[in-house]
Write a protein that binds this ligand. Sequence first.
Ligand SMILES: Nc1ncnc2c1ncn2[C@@H]1O[C@H](COP(=O)(O)OP(=O)(O)O)[C@@H](O)[C@H]1O
Ligand SMILES: [Mg+2]
Length: 576
Amino acid sequence: MKINILSEEMASRIAAGEVVERPASVVKELIENSLDAGATEISVWIEKSGTSLIRVIDNGEGMGPEDLHLCVERHSTSKIKTEADLFCIPTLGFRGEALPSIASVAKMQIVSRPASAEFGHRLSIQGTRKGELSPAAAAAGTTVEIRDIFFNTPARKKFLKSPATELSHVCDALNRMALAQPAVHFRLFHDGRTIADYLPATGQQDRLYQVLGRDIAKALIPFSSSESPSKISGYLSAAPSSFPNTRYLLTYVNKRYVRDRVLSHGVLHGYENLLMKGQYPAVVLFLDVPFSEVDVNVHPAKYEVRFRRQSEIHEAVAQAVRLALRREAKEPSARSQWPQRQPVAAVLESPLPYTRLGVTRLQPPGANEAFTNALEGRAAQDGFFSSMVILGQILGCYLVCSSSDGLALIDQHAAHERVAFEKLRRQMATGAVTKQALLIPQAVELSAGEVMLLEQRLAELERMGFLLEPFGPDSYAITAVPSLLPEGDYRKIVRQMIAELAEIDNSDKLRQHLEERLATIACHSVIRANRKLEIDEIRALLSELDQIDFATQCPHGRPVLIEFRRDQLERMFKRV
Ligand SMILES: Nc1ncnc2c1ncn2[C@@H]1O[C@H](COP(=O)(O)OP(=O)(O)O)[C@@H](O)[C@H]1O
Ligand SMILES: [Mg+2]
């Protein structure tokens, strides 16, 4: 016989492997239990990055002696009872596995007292050996103490990373939960030092500042949508703030942090081409759906979920993100309407008396005739960009303007590119890219492979405004191009587009790929060399920027606009 049945002990250690990967997993499970118990204060004490001690203290509903005795048994839970409950789970936990799993790979002690009881009880358990219950003096709530994680599974201990890495995982675990529970006071201590102390926040925004820090939080803008039965809300970074990984892309379903492809893909989809390749936004997304619409029982550590209406949710998320970005692009200063966070020391004397001007209309010193005319001609318009006062151009490529709230620098190349891109995108959407026929067709010589590719893609090229005709066995002639393109040699761009089209595999991605191609065209349409722009050209450019969505990024994700708002200037000059 080759088959034998594993001992209870072995079986539970194997099961524990799925739940307890590292100290941070323990912290996560214990905090979840505290939250499920309705705690409003949760303190986490760890030593040696959690490898020697993890103690979680909460002020939740606690457990009486009978419950305490049972809670470390496998499959013991107070959270579900029937099969129907399994498809309607309002709590973070439900598997009845965390405590027994942790107990099987560490030394555990639990002290708990329900508020109504006079005193509490203590239970120790090591491996699967449970000690006797004993009465204990305790505050209302529960304290779970875990020592020497993996003491009986040295092989697993070897998989732990450096203390610093494990500690950062613990912080991440706590932070993710703290973000979704702004009203709960969270504290984290490591080797006696306070690492985090998140006082109950008055709103989601305050918790963002506490957890993500000022630099990231202040760049986030709120977004929301409620397409019943689901409700989406959250905060996102308007580009150009981006990060090289998805570390700050945090998604929640019913306040449960999840790593979900549907949600994160939806978010990125909403960003469209606003981010450079390999760059990710900071987003905190809360999706609230009826419990019956989501299956949370698909992953042992409950990190993944399954939606009943996956594509609807994907689209709703993308749309919510898209709308927020569009609104932000139209009105970049909206962010300054966020409640300004006052410095802690509220009384700050400005060293120099200065008046706050309602509207700052700086006249350029020695403004010439053209300038003054330009300024006046502009007064009637009120778009964000067209209401800027043009101060000049520097280094041959940056426009310097004063916006209603400070100083604005505009990269003229990026701005042109964005404008051209949006025009093309609109034209393409309506199937009407305006073409101009070439007087002298330009011949492109192609390899056999390229000819094949091109033959299959002629229709797409035509949609983008390029007409090509066979011209001998191994070449094609360009006979028309999008009229947006300046005069010149179009062979390079056509070659580039053929190469890029080669990468399109399935039709799903077609739209996205076409947009990337548009970005290529837009880029070529722009006068690259540093060129002095006439004031009329600048004005035209600014008012065009007002006509389009996403005016603050070029199609490759580079910023079009960098603004120094009043508060930033004041800080730079140490006035506050
Ligand atoms: N901090 C706590 N406060 C009150 N009760 C708790 C606490 N931790 C665990 N429990 C009780 O112990 C049970 C088992 O916990 P656990 O093994 O994590 O399973 P689950 O959370 O999936 O129910 C819980 O259902 C709950 O009733
Ligand atoms: Mg639990």
